[in-house]
Ligand binder design. Structure first.
Ligand code: HEC
Ligand code: HEC
Length: 326
């Protein structure tokens, strides 16, 4: 807080207290020279005003609040920049950087403050861990049940859906339909392949999309042309001369998207000939993609969920585009 605002607060706070105290003292004085309980000669709807003093209990309460305010504001922070004589703070002010945060976590671990949390996780695993395992593995073995089999088991799919809602919906949406930059998992368009094994690999190890930036290599004119050609691949009407020039430039794109532009799941390059657009279908969106590149990050879940829960959530994802009622 700057000195100005600090003074501003101090003056208003102290001023209000002094003002209230002065008002109280003034009210306690008999200024009229009229005897106590005498009729003041005012009447409102039959109620007569007598010269009665302020009630004692009320006056003492009022005086008490002044002492409380004065004591409180002396001991604790509150008056502008004044920190209070006790030096009390509302939070641990020693954490101001990443290093300090790490040191503070390490300290909490070493004096066992985080044990409660670890214990709760452990307890949860004891209670529910078996349930996940029995759904994910073939009868008591360490062999995972095949995805299509799990997907046909409505109990297991429900559990998979619950895991999805807890861990995946913030990015892919609670209906798994995705949003700009986060793929829709309910359709047949896949960046990395929609077979059970591909989905499991994606979830276990994560993925990083690597669409390079072409601003420097192609220049604005070059990008304009190649975008025209790209849009023509999905049947959009574009300037024919630009598209023709863009077709020649597309050789550099073919390395990942294929000569026909149908994409390549090995590198996560999307099919450019369909109507599905991960990063937007408008000319401006596609130009932005090609100019500056894109890099979507799908986190890895192996260490967080473990292979059994990954198998269950993968079965749920697979079921979205493979169930009979899709
Ligand atoms: C922090 C955001 C985020 C979270 C959380 C997340 N994902 Fe993803 N996921 C992505 C992004 C971004 C991509 C696309 C990566 C790319 O552009 O190459 C992706 C891709 C995928 C794909 C591949 C889609 C395809 O077309 O091949 C699958 C499957 C998937 N996620 C499933 C999941 C599941 C299951 C979970 C929960 C366990 C999850 N994701 C959690 C961001 C997220
Ligand atoms: C090194 C491989 C690679 C090359 C070369 C490449 N791309 Fe890509 N492209 C990708 C990947 C991977 C993605 C997906 C990025 C992601 O998911 O984060 C992508 C995404 C795109 C998208 C977005 C599609 C959508 O659904 O929103 C367009 C458009 C695109 N590329 C066009 C091009 C064009 C045009 C060229 C040539 C100038 C090109 N790419 C060259 C790998 C490549």
């Amino acid at each position: 807080m700057t000195t100005f605002w600090s003074l501003w607060i101090i003056i208003i706070t102290v001023g209000t207290l002094v003002g209230c105290a002065a008002l109280l003292i003034w009210c306690l004085k008999d200024k009229m020279g009229v005897e106590e309980s005498a009729d003041m000669g005012h009447e409102y709807d039959g109620i007569r005003e007598l010269n009665n003093p302020l009630p004692k209990w009320w006056t003492y309460l009022f005086v008490g609040t002044f002492f409380f305010a004065a004591t409180y504001l002396t001991l604790y922070p509150g008056l502008g920049n004044f920190k209070g004589v006790l030096g009390w703070t509302s939070s641990d002010q020693t954490v101001r950087s990443l290093e300090e945060s790490k040191a503070s976590v390490a300290a909490a671990q070493s004096n066992k403050q985080l044990d409660q949390y670890a214990k709760e996780l452990d307890d949860a695993d004891t209670y529910f861990g078996e349930a996940f395992k029995s759904l994910a593995y073939v009868n008591g073995s360490t062999e995972l049940r095949p995805i299509p089999e799990i997907a046909a088991d409505s109990e297991a799919v429900k559990v998979g859906q619950r895991l999805f809602l807890q861990n995946c919906s913030q990015c892919h949406g609670s209906d798994a339909r995705g949003q700009k930059g986060f793929p829709n998992l309910t359709d047949d368009a896949w960046l990395y392949g929609g077979e059970p094994a591909a989905i499991v690999t994606t979830i276990m190890h994560g993925r990083i999309g690597q669409m390079p930036s072409w601003k420097d290599a192609l220049g604005e004119q070059g990008v304009e042309e190649v975008v025209s050609y790209t849009l023509s691949l999905s049947g959009r009407s574009v300037n024919a001369r630009d598209a023709e020039a863009g077709k020649a430039r597309f050789v550099v794109c073919a390395a990942c998207h294929g000569t026909d532009g149908k994409g390549n799941p090995a590198v996560g390059a999307p099919d450019l000939t369909d109507q599905d657009w991960l990063f937007g279908s408008s000319r401006a969106d596609v130009t932005e993609t090609v100019m500056n590149g894109r890099s979507g990050v799908m986190p890895a879940w192996k260490d967080i969920l473990g292979e059994d829960k990954v198998q269950l959530v993968a079965a749920y994802v697979w079921s979205l585009s493979n169930s009979d009622n899709k």
